[in-house]
Every structure is written in C-alpha cells, then in structure tokens.
Design a protein around this ligand. Sequence first.
Ligand code: BGC
Length: 898
Amino acid sequence: MRKTFFLFIALLAGQLCSAQIKVQRLMTENLVNPVAIDALGPRFSWQLDGGQTRGVMQTAYQIKVTDEANHVVWAPAKVSSDQSMYVNYQGSALKSGQKYTWHVKVWDNHGKSAESLPATFGMGLLKADDWKAQWIGPAREEASRPSPLLRKGFTVNKKVKKAIAFITAHGLYEAHINGKRVGEDYLTPGYTSYNKRIQYQAYDVTNLLQPGANAVGASLGSGWYRGVYGIGTRHEIYGKDISLLLQINITYADGSTATVATDDSWKTSTGEIRYAEIYMGSTTDARKEQKGWSTAAFNDSGWSKAVIGNYPKDDLVATVNEPVKKHEIFKVVKMFTTPKGEKVLDFGQNLVGWVKFKVSGKAGDKIVISHAEVMDKAGNFYTDNLRDAKAQNTFILSGNGVETFEPQFTWQGFRYIRIEGYPGDIKPEDFTATAVYSDMAPTGSFSCSNPMINQLQHNIQWGQKGNFLDIPTDCPQRDERLGWTGDAQVFSRTSTFNMNTHNFFAKWLKDVALDQFSDGSLPHVIPDAFDNGRPTGGGGSAGWSDATTIIPWNMYLAYGDKQILENQYNSMKAWVGFMKSRSHNNLWNVGDHFGDWLFYTRNDDNDGSAAITSKYLIAQCFYAHSTQLLINAAQVLGKTDDVETYTKLLADVKGAYLREYVTPNGLISSDTQTAYAEALEFDMLPENLREQAAGRLADNIRRYGNHLTTGFLGTPYLCDALSKYGHADAAFRLLLQEEYPSWLYPIKMGATTIWERWDGIKPDGELEVPSMNSYNHYAYGAIGDWMYRTVAGIDTKSEQPGYKGITIKPTVGGNFTQVSADYETPYGKASSHWKVENGNFVLDVVIPANTTATVYIPTKGDSAVTEGGKPVTKAADQIAGYTAVNVGSGNYHFSTSM
Ligand code: BGC
C-alpha cells in the first residue's frame, strides 16, 4: 500500500457568516404532520439548516408536546445531545383520536439556537372498542360484481371544531362527503397481509362538513382482497365479501362530540362502476351514474339496507406508509394507426396508472381502451406479455354532452393505448395518462456527461415509480404485480436513493415477519398471495427469503433506524435458523431455488456460453450473507450471545463453502461472474484468495467481450465487487456496454423503464417469450446503488448509519467528464458534483448540518489539493489513490490536478 496523507480542513466555525440556524422538517414517525398514528411512543425527528456556516452540529435540544387543550403532555428538560432523529416520546399516555402539537428548540456548537414551527400528529383509534362503526356491505351482489355504493345522511347542528374520518375496507374504497372526495389517496386501504392486519386511513374532514344536512358515502372495489390476483385467475384470496368500516369523530366547538359510523342504518346500491379488477380492468357505464349519491339532497329511498358483516376490528392498524397518490401527468406524444389498423396513442413513457379522457357521443356508445408496453416487430399493438391480465377499461357513454372518464379500483402498466369504439375523430389532446404510486418523497438525483447513463437513471426511477405501489412489486402490468421478495431485496438499497422508502419498507417488512412460515422460510411473495398462511410449499428460495435480512439491514444503513432491526430481528434469526436446519455439515445444498434468475443464456449455445451458476453454491453464499447481517443486527442491538453464536456459525458456513466449491488456488466450481461477485461481496474467500478472484471475475467479463452474464442474484454485486478490488475500469466498461446483454442495450432499443430480461426486445425486433417478459421490472435497476455510492460516491459510514457520518468518494472513469448526485439524507441534502476540466479534477460537496463527513479526492501521487482556492493542510495517513479530508457540514469546493 502506498503511503499517503490524511488531511484536515479547519472547520471554519462561524467565520463565513453568522446567520441564524434553522430547525425544520419536523417528522413524527417519519411522517409530516400525520393525521393518525398508533405508535404509543412516537419518534420525533427534525433537520437543522446551518445556512452558510460550516461545521454546524447540534449540541442540545428541548422538545415540548401539548394536547388539544394546550396542556403540556411532555416537556422534558433540555437534553445535551446531537440526536435529531428518532427521539422517543416519553410523556403521559397519548389518547385515542387526539391531536398533539410539538415544537423543538435546538442549540448548536456556534452558540446559536433556533425554535421550530409547530408540528402535529394525531393518534388513531387505539383500541378495537374505539371503533363505534360496524363493518357493512351490500345486501346482495350481482355475479358481475358492480361496485357497491354505501351512503348515509346526517345532521350537523353545531359549530364543528374538528372532524376526523377513520376509514378502511375489505377490498378497496373511495369515500365522499357532501359530493366531495375524501383525501387524495387511491387504492386505499392499501395492501397488507389482510388475514392478519388491515390498515385504516384517517382524514381531517372538518372542512367537508356543512351546517345542517350532510351525507357521507363510499364506493367499494374488490382489489387485492377478493379480486383476481396472485397469478392467473385466482381470486377471493382473503374473503368473498367486500365491506366498509367508516367512522367520523366530530368534536364541536362547545366541546361536545358526535360520531357518524357505518351501521345498518346505511343504504346501499350500485352506480356507474359495473366491474373493476386489478388485472382485468374495469367497466364504467355512465348511464348508470347515480348523480349526487353522496350529497344530502340525494333521495335514497330506492336503495337497500346495508348488511352488517361480522368481522373483527382488533386487526386494524393505522397506516404506516405513504398512501398511493396521483403524480406525473403525461400528454400524448404520438397518435398512429398500426398495420392491423389499430388506433394507438403513445404517451412516450412506460408508466403505471391509468388514462383519463374527454369524449362526447350517444348514450350507449362503448369505448374500449387496451394497454400495452410495446409494439410487436410488425408494429402492431402487443399484449401477449400481459398473460391473463386483460388490462382493458370499457366506458359506456350517457350521451349527456362532454363526458370525462377515468377508471377506478384498477391500474395498468403501459406506454401505449389502443382505442376501440370511439365516436368520431380521436383528439390526442383529450387524453392524458396519470402516473400513480406510493407518495414517497423524492430523495435523489444522478446525472452525468453521458446521456445514455442519464436515460438509465431515468429508467431506474420509473421502474421504481411503477413498482412501488403500496407494496414493492415485481412488475405492474401482467397477471402478477406481487410482492416478490427477491426482487425487493435486490433493489432495496437503490430505492432509498431515489425516494424515501423508510416507511414503505417498514410497513412491508411487518408483513414479511407476519407471513413467514413457522419453519423460518419466507413465502415467495409478501403479502402471501400464493399460500395465504398455509405452508403448502413454495418458499425458502435463496436470495428471495433473504429479503428478511437484507432489507432491514439496508434500511438501517440508509435511515439509521434501529427500530426496523428490533422489529425484524426474530424474523432474521428464524430465516438463518431455517437454513441451518436444512444444512448438513454446514452445507445448505437442498431445496428449490430460483438461482441466478434470468441469467445470460443463448438460443444457439453450441459452445456452452450460458452462465450457469450452481444454485446450491449461491444458496451457500446467501446463507453466509444473511448470517453476517444477523450478526450485524445483533451487534447493533447489543445481543452479545447471538453475536458469538452466529459468528461461530458463519465461520463454519464459510468453511463448508471453501471445502465444497473452491479449489486451493481459488477457482470457484461455477466459474461465473455471479459466483465471483458473490464470493467477493459476501467475504466468502480468505484474504489471500480475494485479489485473484477479482482478477478471474475481470477476465471472465473480458472473455464475454465485456458483457455481463449475471441474473437477478449476481447483477447487484457485479460492479461493486469489481471497483472494490481495483477493477473499476471493467465495471465502467460493463456500465457503458451497449450491446446485449447490458444496461444500455434496452436504452438503444427505446426503453423508458428497466426490463425484466436483458433482451426483452431482440436486436432484430423480435420480442422475448411472452410468458416472462415484462418491460417494467426494477431488479436490474439495482445498478443505481453503484452509480450513487461509487460513481458519485455518496455513502453513509456504516458505524454512523443514516448518514450521520458520510463519505464522499467519487470514482472517476467511463470517460465521464462530469457527474452530479444530490441525495436528501435524513439530515438534509448531501451532494457530490465532480468534473474533469483542463487537467483538473473539481469536486463540489454539500454536507448537511449535524453530520460529519470524510471526503476522498482522487489524487495522483502527491498532487496538491485545494479547497476554495486554499491548500488543505496535511495531517496524517490516507487511502490509495485518494486524499482524505474530514469536514463538518457546509459547501466545499475541492480541486486537484489529474
Ligand atoms: C417474477 C419475478 C420473480 C420470479 C421468481 C417472476 O414471475 O416476475 O420477478 O422474482 O418470478 O421466480
């Protein structure tokens, strides 16, 4: 190792400017002003903004929490601490349905202090008894299952101070009060393991109520609960009947209260939604609309009485994750007619959501909209890859002038639509496509001097938008859309860079633990839409079940949240226990595994080019990896006995791997990229065999003409293993490869999302087999993690997770002249912008307040580094090829000659 230097920049304490600090972005349970949570000791977090001042650290904080009557419920003394994430509420017991307000005051190391604006949080209905509402549903249903409407009139005769609606459903619901939609969430109550728990939503509906006569109503859809779901045409996974549970808790200005709740006084009918299924699409018949059905003036005398359903209420939980909302709206970029004569609109982006349009025609005119991701080789509308998902929305006109349609209780994955039965000429401007996904805050951006890589980043982000729809799904278009565990773990770390997926995964991981089989293995999909709690087989695949160890650890690294590890610990341990129980002499070489799913194969593989990695070899690597992550979690949680037990187990598992699969010279029995990448990333090899393994990996890639050959389980580790062991050049060659198989090949073929297969569209325009060919599958987008963490170089220090300690360590390569990444860490924005200019390397860095960072500037030999034009002072030792500088928060401008 070369002897180099470790340098320090003087922390310019308040020298540049003496602006005030700010404290902002107050979160309760990682949400901004949530209307209802059910954590009894909620966790408070906030951010400091140090303005232009460098090296700002919080030195103390003081929190105050008050109730609705402005009584203090928690006001601990000032605490000397730099903790600004997850401070646990420890005041008097928080009450069901009550709203609380909190403030925080912070002090910093420059003698400044700041007080926050108030933040609020509401408590949910904490006990089953707090629900006065009863489950209600339609009296009887027609076989075609039109969407039931449920409604009730009520009177408000005093001034309303506050009204909160708590709502959930078996199935999906959309609620209305006085003709207005309640909230802006879609596909509520979202998807959990319904046989174990159902989330409810809470909305502040104070402004929807009016003096005098009011009405509340809801429409229901089959959704995940009883619709067609779980591959093919399976249905009624969780139940046969759909039902609604709704309760409005009203507090009047005079302090008195009232409740409006679902019971048998509600009335039911059906309206214009005649059919709605996730996979199949929907039918809307505007002639059947019951105008004003959720207003007080509506006459419901012809409606039937709603029927009470005898369902439990002790499985109801407040919503943890951000609900699904509407996001980007796309206009038509092209209208064309296919060789078959189909009228097609192109929205220019493969997206997930639905199409809204305006039309006028005669009563009974029927328009059918079909959805597709691609056109086939001949240029015709292609839906074979949707398999059993019909993905068709049908609209029947009322004939009353201009009508606007959009489907309900369904969604589609598409870029193109085919329109049939449209009366008159189609006007593209009358159609828009709305992207719909979980409302997670965007957190990251990555761009560079290579436009194809920028398109790759775009595609990764759209893969995420399309597949983070309340649960992490494999794909959003065909008869699947399931919470495939393997796909989720592969992409989980990348996902944190693009959006805040903290609560999204925290919620899903609870279902992982709940649906875990009693033997410790995991169903392949969560929620378990296949076995639904019955361990009839199907589970325990290496790399899939490891979602239960990998994702909590990734979330801990990204968000520094120990609670995720605490909550998942037993599940992590049970999974490692499963692998141990199936092993002989520490070798796990039994069971069914998906292996390196969709790895490189060729049709005419005469010379044996396919990259087959033994499934059991992969299983052994994941056995070790999960055991390591369990040890890590045990260390964080102070479980020293477990650290000892599993450290011993890990040594045995690695020993067995070496004996079974590796020659003394380090040749791995499956001589593939996946085998070497996993061996290196999971530390399977002794120190002395690592460099040669990296060499073999680089050689293998060269032998394949600088192509990757990996599938789902090798791809996420490939570039990282290469760059970590001195082969960054090979990693960049892979990244920039444009021929199949590669990340850029689909981009050359016009992809706007990540594909399931490396060759979804073949070079000659033929499409891959329809049985497994999604054009919106995020797994291979896992390269995004390497782009952020290695190319831009923004990472957390694992010993200071959640970016409390940051490293900025760019990797120059790929002929990039410029790379810019911004990342919203839990503490605020961190940036790494680098460029190569006139023989100089220039690096602009932003480090958020209340964190510290080590910035590594790539340097050759002893070349001098400046910051803001001044030389940085030498102090100690340094890493090969970089000059390392410790800094506090602030903006920095580094420069060195190359
Ligand atoms: C899914 C995958 C999944 C796989 C498991 C597929 O049908 O779409 O992405 O991980 O099955 O084999």
